[in-house]
Design a protein around this ligand. Structure first.
Ligand SMILES: Nc1ncnc2c1ncn2[C@@H]1O[C@H](COP(=O)(O)OP(=O)(O)O)[C@@H](O)[C@H]1O
Ligand SMILES: NC(=O)c1ccc[n+]([C@@H]2O[C@H](COP(=O)(O)O)[C@@H](O)[C@H]2O)c1
Length: 203
């Protein structure tokens, strides 16, 4: 049995969830873990001097819980799938974990686990526009994008680039189907190579 962990990182509204969900639906024996599900409760997230909640930092996330879930998958991907009511395919040779989130490459212990890293990027104005039509809980207060989200993106990205080198940057402006085809085909190639290794070992 072989495993592969694929990171779909990127800026807010870059298209991470859209791509990752579709990859999960397409790739046999894959599981999906989304960083968005690990945000701390609003009451414990600190506020800065301008009154903006500091959501766009690793401290706003339960990274310990996220790492525990990833570790559970690593120990036994088949039972992880079963726990999630996912049906394993008949060919059980390669298990794939897709990890998606805006700060997945900023957390060193997680960073070390990826076999392949993709980062979706879009320009400032498109990001601001997409974000304005999205409703978070709690919703963004007026001025939040320019006062917190964008400056933190620039800071986090700088930090990410200082600690990671092998990221494949993906243009998030590409049409959804095209974007999916190029990233998913790339991952499927890696999976096929791993399958060939397994076959060779058995011959
Ligand atoms: N390739 C794309 N082209 C145009 N719009 C996109 C594309 N990918 C995602 N979107 C749209 O952008 C918004 C944010 O997408 P989402 O996948 O939730 O981003 P993220 O998970 O990175 O925050 C959604 O309205 C989605 O439909
Ligand atoms: N609990 C939540 O899900 C929550 C709350 C407030 C802000 N956010 C925002 O979520 C963003 C990250 O998620 P996306 O990459 O899906 O946009 C951050 O920019 C953060 O400001 C999420």
């Amino acid at each position: 049995m072989k495993t592969i962990i694929v990171g779909i990182g990127g800026m807010t509204n870059g298209g991470k969830s859209t791509l990752a969900v579709r990859m999960h639906q397409h790739i046999p024996n894959s599981c999906l873990i989304s960083q968005d599900e690990y945000f701390k409760e609003d009451s414990v997230v600190p506020v800065d001097s301008n009154g903006f909640k500091q959501y766009d930092v690793l401290d706003a996330l339960h990274m310990d819980q996220m790492m525990d879930h990833i570790e559970t998958w690593r120990r036994d991907p088949l039972s992880f799938m079963t726990q999630k009511s996912l049906t394993p395919s008949e060919s059980l040779s390669v298990f794939v974990l897709i990890v998606e989130g805006f700060l997945i490459f900023n957390h060193r212990p997680l960073n070390a686990l990826f076999d392949k890293k993709y980062f979706l990027e879009i320009p400032y104005d498109i990001c601001k526009k997409r974000r304005s039509s999205r409703v978070y809980i709690p919703p963004d207060p007026p001025g939040y994008f320019d006062g917190h989200v964008w400056p933190m993106y620039l800071k986090n990205r700088k930090q990410m680039e200082a600690i990671v080198s092998d990221i494949v940057f993906v243009d998030g402006l590409r049409e959804k189907d095209q974007l999916f085809d190029s990233v998913c085909n790339d991952v499927m190639e890696i999976i096929e190579e791993l399958k060939d290794c397994i076959t060779d070992q058995h011959q």
